[in-house]
Each structure stands twice: as C-alpha cells, then as structure tokens.
Design a protein around this ligand. Structure first.
Ligand code: 13P
Ligand code: 13P
Ligand code: MG
Ligand code: MG
Ligand code: MG
Ligand code: MG
Length: 381
C-alpha cells in the first residue's frame, strides 16, 4: 500500500489570549476527523495542540497534496474558527490566510508536512514508526539545527556510523524568501555538510523541506517550511513549523532524533514573534502561559499497523522528567536573554520585524531624520 502521512496544523483561535484552543474547538476538530475516517477519506487521524495551534495527524492513501484531504483540514479549521468566533476567542481564524483555496492548501496559511512510502511491514521496514514535532511561537527554521545534528552529525546520532546510514542523507533545502514559488536545493550529507550548515544557519531564510536516505531512497523527514508573512504580506502570528520524522531501523532511533533538542537552542519567535529565545520541549497539549511566551515544541510518536492505522496508543516524547532539566535550562537561558530587553541580539533584526508593527514605529521616525549641516561657516573677509 502506498501510504501518506499528512500533518496539517493551524492556529484558529485561543482562550484567554494566545494560549491554547478551547475544548469545544478540539471536540469540533475531533468530530470532523472521526467523520472522515468513517466515510473512508482517512485511514486514521489524531488531534493534539501545541500552545494555540491545533495539529491534525492523518494516514491515508490519497497521496501528498490531495485536494480531498487538504479540503477536509481547511473545512475542519473553518468549523473550529466558527466555534472560536462564537465564543469570542482571540485570533479566530488567524492562520486561514486565503479565501476558500481550492485543492491543495499549502501556502494558504496552515502548516503542511507530508510524506509517502510503500507500507508493507516487510523488507527494510518490518515495523513503521514515526514522530511528529509541532512548534508554537517560533520561526520557520526552528528544526534546522536539531535535524541537521540528528541526520548529519555522528556526535548526536551514532547510528550514522552503521551500514544502513553511513552513506548519509540528502537534504532538500528550501529558500523561503523566494516568493515566486518553492525554490529548492538538494545537498548530500556528509559530503556537502558544510554547505548545508552555511544555509541552515539562517533560520529565517532557509529551511529543511525534506530529508531522504541516500542508501534506500526513502523519505525520512518532511517539514512545513514556509513564512506566513510572505503569504499575508504582513505579520499574522508566528510560522510555528511542523515536522514528520520516521525512525528506527534504516533511520535514526527516537533518542538520536530528540537529543539535539536538549540544547534548547535560540530561535526567532516568542512575544510578538520578534524575539530570540530558547526553544523549550514540552508535553502534548501544553498551553503557552509561562513568562515571556517562550517558543515551545512537542513531539508525539506512533506505530502504524498493516492497515495504516495508528497502533493502540501514542508516545509523548517530551513528557518525561528527563526533559524537566532541559525546561529549567531553557527558562534560565530565557531569563538571561530577556534581561537585556530590546537590545541587540535579544530581538530579531529589523529586516525580520519588517512586516510587524515595530516597522511602523521606526518608519515614522525615519521620516524625521535630517542630514547634519556640517559645512564650515564662510570665513570672514
Ligand atoms: P531495546 O533493547 O529496548 O530494544 O533497546 C535497544 C536500542 O537499540 C535502543 O536504541
Ligand atoms: P501565534 O503565531 O501563536 O499567534 O503567536 C504569535 C505571537 O505573536 C506571540 O506573541
Ligand atoms: Mg496565536
Ligand atoms: Mg500559534
Ligand atoms: Mg502562529
Ligand atoms: Mg526494544
């Protein structure tokens, strides 16, 4: 069976400010997805939230970019938006940036990550397992560093030294500044790993679109790398990427994939999407309520049975006391960074604030600048 995993995530309203969706919104989404499983559009589906973003995780055989699956997600988010509107919630419909997009909704606001593979539970994949990362309050390249470390650095993933992975992985890097369309470059790790790093260091412009096994040709990672302001032309909330990562066997093990998140590395995001703050790993369904509005990321894992359904339960990877230590460190890093308020590296550069209200404040002031008249007064005769 050619199986597709689709993860579509959107922020369509939240309770008490930008914290979390309401339980009625979650129930609405669950109801719509249950109907789609019942009528055979989807094989299976799982709903969770990270901060105020609702993620729909689906298996089906309609392929990537399927208009039926995308339209189901769009209509489901519209239904959740009406619930949010009726309840007077904050940011109702915020990520639905297009008016009734037809077919594929990539580029219409919601984050979309999809990948497909032959699913037979035999050959190189006698078992199929994957994880989904979902981030809130952060920029589009938030996974650049952790995915690079997991798929290109044996200091983080010793599995790269094993025969099924030693040829490395192919990175499809996307230039998110190109508004003409998806602009991609394929680079191979380890041969091109310095070139990959040279691009991925810029989390606001370059992202990982997908990663492919060089030995087996299997897609292992898909990321929803896009910039919302490139779609909307103005600041409409943070990009908040999602990623699907298959694991085990011919791919890195879960611990090798999540260990780079122990860094709580600094990313663009946080309050008003304008700060540079550490990415805190959190359990599923965590609201954003801490001081500062820290960028957060959740990670859920599934196995898939022979019919393409999720096996009876899921794994919440960051819901473990081991991650409490990382959360405390993220908080300490956040306090340090915020102690310098708006100064220098604590906030994103001006070019990144371009689409937000900070731009209006500064452009009003720019009009008032005058060249200093430093010509010498005429010498007296
Ligand atoms: P188990 O013995 O629990 O399967 O763990 C083995 C392992 O390889 C962990 O990466
Ligand atoms: P959201 O993308 O979750 O709305 O967050 C954006 C923001 O501006 C936080 O202050
Ligand atoms: Mg929001
Ligand atoms: Mg959000
Ligand atoms: Mg957002
Ligand atoms: Mg085991």
């Amino acid at each position: 069976m050619r199986l597709t995993l689709s993860v579509i995530k959107a922020d369509v309203g939240s309770v008490g400010g930008h914290t979390k969706p309401s339980s009625r919104m979650m129930a609405t989404v669950e109801g719509e997805v249950a109907k789609a499983i019942c009528n055979g559009l989807l094989i299976d589906g799982f709903i969770c939230h990270t901060g105020d973003d609702i993620a729909i995780i689906m298996t089906h055989t309609r392929g990537e970019g399927s208009s039926e699956v995308h339209q189901l997600a769009w209509k489901t988010f519209l239904a959740a938006t009406s619930v949010a509107k009726t309840s007077g919630l904050y940011g109702a419909g915020q990520d639905l940036l297009a008016d009734a997009p037809s077919g594929n909704i990539r580029g219409a606001g919601p984050g979309v990550a999809e990948l497909s593979f032959d699913h037979s539970l035999s050959g190189v994949r006698p078992a199929e397992s994957f994880m989904v990362f979902a981030a809130d309050k952060c920029g589009p390249g938030a996974y650049n560093l952790p995915l690079y470390l997991a798929f290109a650095d044996p200091m983080y993933c010793a599995g790269l030294m094993l025969p099924p992975m030693i040829k490395g992985f192919r990175f499809h890097v996307i230039d998110m500044d190109n508004t003409a369309g998806d602009s991609l470059l394929e680079l191979d790790a380890p041969a091109d790993s310095y070139h990959i790093a040279a691009l991925l260091r810029d989390n606001e412009r370059f992202g990982i679109d997908r990663i492919i096994s060089r030995t087996h040709g299997e897609v292992v990672v898909a990321v929803s790398a896009q910039r919302l302001h490139a779609i909307a032309g103005k600041y409409t909330g943070k990009d908040d990427p999602v990623a699907i990562v298959r694991n085990q066997g011919i791919f890195p093990a879960p611990e090798e994939i999540i260990s780079p998140f122990a860094k709580a590395h600094f990313v663009g995001g946080d309050a008003r999407g304008s700060h540079v703050m550490p990415l805190m790993p959190v359990p599923l369904n965590t609201p954003v309520t801490g001081m500062y509005c820290l960028p957060i990321v959740s990670c859920v894992g599934f196995s898939i049975d022979s019919e393409g359904r999720f096996a009876e339960s899921y794994t919440d990877f960051f819901d473990n006391p081991a991650w409490d230590e990382v959360r405390r460190r993220a908080q300490r890093k956040a306090i340090e960074m915020r102690s310098q308020g708006w100064s220098g590296a604590a906030m994103l550069p001006y070019s990144e604030l371009e689409y937000g209200g900070f731009r209006d404040t500064v452009s009003g002031l720019l009009k008032r600048f005058r060249l200093r008249d430093d010509r010498k007064p005429e010498a007296a005769e």
